[in-house]
Structure formats: structure tokens, C-alpha cells
Design a binder for this molecule. Structure first.
Ligand code: SF4
Length: 458
């Protein structure tokens, strides 16, 4: 290998938080002289950054490792590394089944292990010693002050991690056992990374954590104060938050979002269910009465608000009665955005042994039914907005030849929500442009942009 540039590539799986972790892993390679490539067959080192949240994620992790293992055998790749939650959770169990994998690293030891192997040139001379796992680095490695990342597309919008881990005890969830207790990142470190992101052309900053509303409890501050600091110390025209736990959305946060035009009036609140029986079995709070009250308060306090939620379908104990209650709740509440996930019984969680479980075919039918209800609601909501003026952030040049650009409104988060298609105009990625909604589909809208455009002027 001497003389040749070393190259590394990563396949990121799972959520936006894992994506950021993967970007940090690639930054470690880049800072050690590696070229980063998106072409796996050109990479000397391939990293598969896995998720293990539910069974589908675990299956996807295994499939991807197998796919990359084939490249490891046939291609230029000399080292295959598996990182992330699946590796953290299962590496001791599955190591022997994947002899093509050279290195298994977890969410805490990845930096120490990979750094050491790079220093010793072990990644390029086929001498990785996976048995000699190094002492774990501190558990805060993904929220450390050293925030270097290799950013993924689109650069118009990027997530920023404000904490790691989770201190809730939802009975279906493995995250606390993989990622540990909630640890807030320091405000100083978040601002530092946010400023750097702005310099890279990012115009929408999205705050993420397992529970964003929990921010600051361990370091004597809170989310509202962090937002005020971000507003004061950075120039982002749009700041969005994801993963708000319903119990912890306080009036200070609501008032701030209501009064500050740079904060997207967008509430992503995974509610998981509405039946008190199921919420109690899930160890979630508040129960149904508190959830309904919270939604009313949000809608009374914040204008033009977008509500997004997600539900777990088929949790043990969910009969037709609980599911009907959920359908009625969705019909009456009319969420703007909604996602459903079939219950995944995860080993090591209390819900794994709970019974009775609805049959898989029933769960799938319930998921489809709820999404059919939501599809109609979404289309009606969007059709009612035709004629309205909106602001759209330009994410990318459209792959669809009928359109010039794809972007999003303040009511749409990247990847999970709808898109705004723009037919004409000449814009740059990250521009925020004014336009009129001229059409709507089930989840997407079509926007006619005005001739004047507004770059962030803040
Ligand atoms: S809030 Fe509940 S579902 Fe979300 S990460 Fe924490 S334990 Fe898991």
C-alpha cells in the first residue's frame, strides 16, 4: 500500500443520530490522511455503521455486512469494520458468524480502537487484532467538543447532536442499554459546531437527541436556554428540533417557539400510542388525557404549527379496542405527519416477555389501516393549503425532469416528511425562497416561486 492514497468509505444505517456518528468516524479517517470515497469498491477500508433499534434494523445491518463482506473478498477492500448499535449489542454473539469482518467496534470504544489501528497501520496491512480490544474511551465520544464531521448531502440542512443516551425506561426500547444514560453536550460545544456548520453552507440546523426536551437536566440548563443561545450566537434562518418527549414540553419552550420566527413551528412528538392501557404497559407518560391537553396547548400557543408523531402498532395487550381508540384519536387530532412502526420484541427489554401479542398479520393490517387514514388526512391538509404563501429551503436539484429543484417548508423535516417541488427559477442549495403552493399530492406540494428570492439575511 505504501505510496498509494488510503481510502475509506462508510455505509450509514439507521437514524440521523447514527448518521452524525458515521460522519465523525469518517472525519477520524480523513484527519489521518485517508481520502473518503462513496465508491465502496475503491475503498481500502469499509465501515458499516449499524442500527439495532428494531428487528428490521438488525436484519438490514446483517444484509449490509454480508454485502460489504463480498466486496472484502472480491474488491480492493482490506479491512471491514462494523460499528454502531448492532455491533455494540451483538458483537460478542455474532463475531464468529462473520469471519470477513476484521474489526467490531461499539459506540464507546470506536475512537480508541480505530485510532490505534490507524496509527499502527493495521488497517492496511491486514493485521487487525480484533481480540485486543482497547480500553473504552469516555462514553461521551459522539458529543465531545471535538466535533469534526464529513458532512453528508444535502448541505442545506444538517442535524446536530445535543446529547447522547436516554434516561427514560420505555419498556420496548433497547437504546438506554446500548447508549447509556442521558448525557447533555455542553452548550459551548454545540454552539461551536453550529457555527462551523453555518460556515459550511448549512441553513437549517436540526437539534437531535434521544429525547431533545431532556437537554440540560444533568448540567443545570434546559432546551429553551440552549435555543436562545443558538439564536443569539448563530445566524441560522431555520432551527428545528426532533424527538420531543411529550411529558417535558414546557410553557417556556412553547412561548419561545411561538415568538421566534427562526424556530420552526414544528413539533415531532413520538407518542407511541393513545390507549392508557398500552401507554402504561409501555411506561410512557403522560397518559391519554395529558397528551390531548398538550396538543390543545400547542395548537393554542403556536401559530401555523405542524404536528408530527409516530405510533407503535401491535404492542402486547393491544386488542381491537385499543387500536380503534388509536384510529379515532388520529382521525380527530389530524396530525400533519405521522409514522407507524410494528412492535418489535427486543431481547432484554421488559416488553419482550409481555403477552398477549397480536398476530403479525393483524399488526400489518393495523399499520396499513392507520396509514390509509393518515394519507387521506395529509392530502386534505395539503390541498387546503393550495394558494398559501410559503418559504422553501432549496435542498437539491431535482432528479425529476419536470422540476428544477426540491426543497421543504418549515413544516417538513428532511427524509421523513414531504417535499416541495419547484418548476422554475435559479437558486443555490440552501437558499430560502418565497413561493405560492399551486398543487398538492398525498405528502408533497408544488410551489411556484416568485421572481425575487430571499437568501438568509439574518
Ligand atoms: S424515550 Fe423511550 S423510546 Fe425514546 S430512546 Fe428513550 S427509552 Fe427509547
Amino acid at each position: 500500500m505504501s505510496g498509494e492514497a488510503k481510502t475509506a468509505a462508510i455505509q450509514n444505517l439507521g437514524c440521523s443520530k447514527n448518521q452524525i456518528d458515521g460522519e465523525r468516524v469518517m472525519a477520524l479517517f480523513a484527519s489521518n490522511g485517508y481520502d473518503i470515497t462513496e465508491e465502496f469498491f475503491l475503498a481500502d477500508t469499509i465501515v458499516v455503521n449499524t442500527c439495532a433499534f428494531i428487528r428490521e434494523a438488525q436484519e438490514e445491518a446483517i444484509d449490509t455486512v454480508l454485502e460489504m463482506a463480498a466486496l472484502r473478498k472480491a474488491g480492493r477492500c482490506r479491512t471491514l469494520i462494523v460499528s454502531g448499535c448492532f455491533s455494540e449489542r451483538y458483537r460478542d454473539k455474532v463475531k464468529r458468524d462473520f469471519p470477513e469482518v476484521d474489526v467490531w467496534v461499539g459506540v464507546n470504544d470506536w475512537e480508541a480502537v480505530i485510532s490505534s489501528l490507524i496509527q499502527k497501520n493495521s488497517l492496511t496491512d491486514n493485521s487487525c487484532d480484533t481480540a485486543s480490544t482497547l480500553p473504552s474511551s469516555p462514553r461521551n465520544t459522539f458529543i465531545a467538543a471535538d466535533f469534526k464531521r464529513i458532512l453528508s448531502e444535502p448541505v442545506s440542512t444538517q442535524h446536530i447532536k445535543i446529547a447522547e443516551g436516554c434516561s427514560h425506561k420505555c419498556t420496548f426500547c433497547v437504546i438506554p442499554s446500548i447508549r447509556g444514560k442521558f448525557r447533555s453536550r455542553s452548550e459551548e460545544s454545540i454552539i461551536q459546531e453550529a457555527k462551523w456548520l453555518y460556515e459550511q453552507g448549512v441553513r437549517e440546523l436540526i437539534l437531535v437527541a434521544q429525547d431533545t426536551t431532556f437537554y440540560g437536566r444533568d448540567i443545570k440548563t434546559n432546551l429553551a436556554r440552549l435555543l436562545e443561545s443558538l439564536l443569539k450566537n448563530t445566524k441560522f434562518p431555520w432551527i428545528r428540533m426532533m424527538y420531543l418527549y411529550p411529558q417535558l414540553i414546557g410553557s417556556d419552550l412553547l412561548k419561545l417557539i411561538a415568538s421566534e420566527p427562526r424556530l420552526c413551528p414544528y413539533f415531532d412528538i413520538p407518542l407511541q400510542h393513545i390507549s392508557d392501557t398500552i401507554l402504561t404497559a409501555m411506561n410512557r407518560s403522560p397518559l391519554s388525557g395529558g397528551i390531548r391537553q398538550l396538543i390543545d396547548t400547542i395548537r393554542d400557543t403556536v401559530d401555523n404549527v405542524t404536528l408530527r408523531t409516530s405510533f407503535i402498532i401491535g404492542f402486547p395487550g393491544e386488542t381491537a379496542k385499543e387500536f380503534d381508540e388509536l384510529c379515532r384519536f388520529v382521525q380527530s387530532t389530524r396530525f400533519d405527519k405521522l409514522g407507524v412502526f410494528p412492535f418489535s420484541p427486543e431481547e432484554g427489554t421488559p416488553a419482550h416477555s409481555m403477552r398477549p401479542r397480536p398476530r403479525a398479520v393483524t399488526v400489518q393490517m393495523r399499520c396499513d389501516e392507520l396509514m390509509d387514514i393518515q394519507q387521506e388526512i395529509s392530502r386534505e391538509i395539503l390541498e387546503n393549503k393550495v394558494g398559501n404563501q410559503v418559504q422553501v429551503i432549496i435542498d437539491r436539484i431535482s432528479d425529476d425532469p419536470d422540476f428544477s429543484y426540491e426543497g421543504r417548508t418549515m413544516g417538513d423535516a428532511p427524509e421523513i416528511d414531504g417535499r416541495a417541488f419547484i418548476q422554475a427559477g435559479k437558486f443555490e442549495i440552501g437558499d430560502i425562497v418565497a413561493g405560492k403552493i399551486i398543487g398538492a399530492g398525498d405528502y408533497d406540494i408544488y410551489v411556484d416561486t416568485q421572481t425575487s428570492r430571499r437568501r438568509d439575511k439574518i
